[in-house]
Design a protein. Structure first.
Length: 249
């Protein structure tokens, strides 16, 4: 059963090492223009442990679906930074690399060179194909929710980024409507609204989070949940949304 979820974006800039602004606080300052988003992610991830989950599953979009254990490695070398999380050859997509970094930052996942801590929870990393149809995403979410009695999810996904590939500063009402719809669904912990997001808009609006959000919708279906939208921001012409969901007792 899904007992809690954190929804976060996955820009490489979320990792302070990308800009050389190593974080000393929860927000890590805002030299990189993304401190507010980082602070919201820290709060959302920290909230997962309050639900006492048996397992944390990180879900993020990728070119293809795959399952990894919590020690799997991911790298930001493609973004010009020699930064790696996990151990072994880097295999994780960007979404799961940043998700694993968030869990390690919160002390919820072993860093690979540290002894295991009893407070750390079993973790799995699940890539979902960004092009996966709605029904497939919902089925995957339901399967994840049934894996153990108490499941927490960290769901990684960016909102519309069409402005980042279009004219600088141009208005984009369609992207704004899409972001507002997702923000409202996350604030209300409404899986049905997430399930209605159209895959046909992924490429048109440059959305990378739709499939992962719909996996969350499948895991949450039938649950009574409370939502909190922690951050809704546009940085570098991309929409970033951060939210927390927990069970209403």
């Amino acid at each position: 059963m899904l007992v809690a979820a954190a929804v976060c974006p996955h820009p490489p800039l979320l990792v302070p090492e990308v800009t050389g602004s190593a974080a000393t606080g929860s927000a890590g300052g805002d030299r990189d223009g993304i401190g507010e988003v980082r602070a919201g992610c820290d709060a959302a991830v920290a909230g997962l442990t309050a639900a006492r989950p048996d397992l944390i599953v990180v879900v993020g979009g990728a070119a293809a679906g795959a399952v990894y254990d919590g020690a799997a490695a991911g790298s930001l070398r493609a973004y010009g930074v020699g930064y790696t999380v996990g151990t072994g050859e880097p295999v994780l997509p960007l979404s799961l690399t940043v998700g694993a970094w968030l869990l390690r930052r919160a002390g919820l996942l072993d860093a690979g060179d540290e002894p295991p801590a009893s407070a750390r929870l079993p973790t799995r990393l699940r890539a979902v194909a960004r092009t996966a149809p709605v029904a497939e995403c919902l089925r995957l979410g339901a399967e994840i929710a049934r894996q153990v009695p108490r499941v927490a999810m960290l769901v990684m996904g960016d909102g519309p980024g069409r402005r980042a590939v279009g004219p600088v500063g141009a208005d984009d009402p369609a992207a704004d409507r899409y972001s507002a719809e997702v923000a409202a669904a996350l604030a209300a912990a409404d899986p049905a609204r997430l399930a209605r997001l159209a895959p046909s808009l992924d490429d048109e609006l440059v959305v990378s989070g739709r499939a992962a959000w719909q996996v969350l919708a499948g895991a949450a279906d039938g649950q009574r949940l409370r939502g909190q939208l922690r951050c809704a921001a546009s940085r570098y012409e991309v929409s970033y949304l951060v939210a927390s969901w927990d069970v209403i007792r």
